[in-house]
Design a protein around this ligand. Structure first.
Ligand code: HEM
Ligand code: HEM
Length: 241
């Protein structure tokens, strides 16, 4: 059987035998900048989106003196525009960047060893195996979850811009670009509901993602947090001393 260390992008479980270096440059600057910009935009979108759906209680006095919902919606729409512009830039970088920049957009499920790695990672996360496998980029399980996250992002942007277009009016450029979404879901409430459910999917993703990143940083004997900050992945021996 082919060893996992023979697939490009992966290393052996016991010691980084596939690599002569201890550290490899993985995430290029545009990928790292996108990651953190995206994280900030999504955090703002989740908080303001939640408040749009469940508005704070009425304030005393004239609503126009507070303009609370106006500010909340403004932050939501501005973050939405940043999210979309950054997403387009990320697609561009997937085309011109290194192989790891493309991982988010692609699932090599036709590869038997990749599928085997997926099952291994699942068992590793469930504490059923003792030694971590080492990957230069994302492991197959992380790759799959991030792929699902990217689909959710596309859905959030399409439904978000469709709702925005509705507010801008049927004669707006926004409506010409995104009005077709109402051709699929003629009831605007359905678009709101999909947009809302998408938020909870993303919230669950973030909780799992941060847990997995911190857990792997400690347990997998390869750097995670510093990898998404400096771009370099550092490997240590798999077997604890
Ligand atoms: C809204 C919050 C966040 C979102 C949506 C998010 C999303 C993502 C995505 C999509 C990637 C893949 C990057 C790529 O290949 O281009 C990624 C990687 C990563 N993120 Fe996050 N992230 C968030 C917050 C965080 C936080 C707070 C941490 C730190 C605790 C973190 C740690 C990491 C790490 C370590 C990686 C690299 C994982 C690896 O090397 O396989 N992320 N994140
Ligand atoms: C991760 C991304 C996003 C999250 C988590 C999010 C979250 C939400 C939530 C929870 C709502 C309330 C839905 C409801 O129950 O009625 C909402 C409304 C809305 N969102 Fe988003 N959103 C995101 C991205 C976007 C984007 C990219 C846009 C585009 C500009 C956008 C535009 C809107 C609009 C126009 C509304 C309706 C505002 C209103 O009815 O006053 N959203 N969003």
């Amino acid at each position: 059987m082919t060893e996992i260390s023979e697939i490009p992008g992966t290393l052996d479980a016991v010691g980084a035998t596939g690599a002569s270096r201890q550290s490899i440059y993985v995430y290029e600057a545009p990928v790292r900048i996108w990651h953190w910009l995206n994280a900030v935009a999504i955090s703002l979108l989740v908080v303001t989106g939640y408040l749009i759906a469940s508005p704070p209680p009425s304030m005393p006095g004239e609503a126009s003196n507070w303009y609370a919902m106006g500010y909340i919606r403004f932050v939501h729409f501005a973050s939405g525009q940043v999210l979309a512009a950054a997403f387009l830039y990320r697609i561009y970088w997937a085309l011109v960047g290194n192989d790891h920049a493309r991982q988010l957009f692609f699932l090599p499920f036709y590869n038997r060893i990749w599928r085997w790695g997926f099952v291994y990672e699942l068992r590793w996360y469930l504490f059923l195996v003792r030694y971590p496998k080492k990957y230069v980029g994302h492991n197959p399980l992380a790759n799959t979850v991030m792929f699902a996250f990217m689909i959710a992002m596309v859905l959030m942007m399409l439904t978000g811009f469709a709702l925005y277009a509705e507010g801008a009016g049927v004669d707006s450029l926004w409506y010409r670009l995104f009005g077709w979404v109402f051709g699929i879901f003629p009831n605007s409430q359905d678009v709101h509901t999909i947009h809302h459910l998408g938020m909870w999917f993303i919230v669950v993703f973030i909780i799992l993602h941060v847990y997995a990143a911190l857990r792997e940083d400690i347990m997998s004997r390869q750097s995670m947090l510093s990898a998404i900050i400096t771009g370099e992945r550092t490997f240590r021996d798999s077997r604890p001393d």
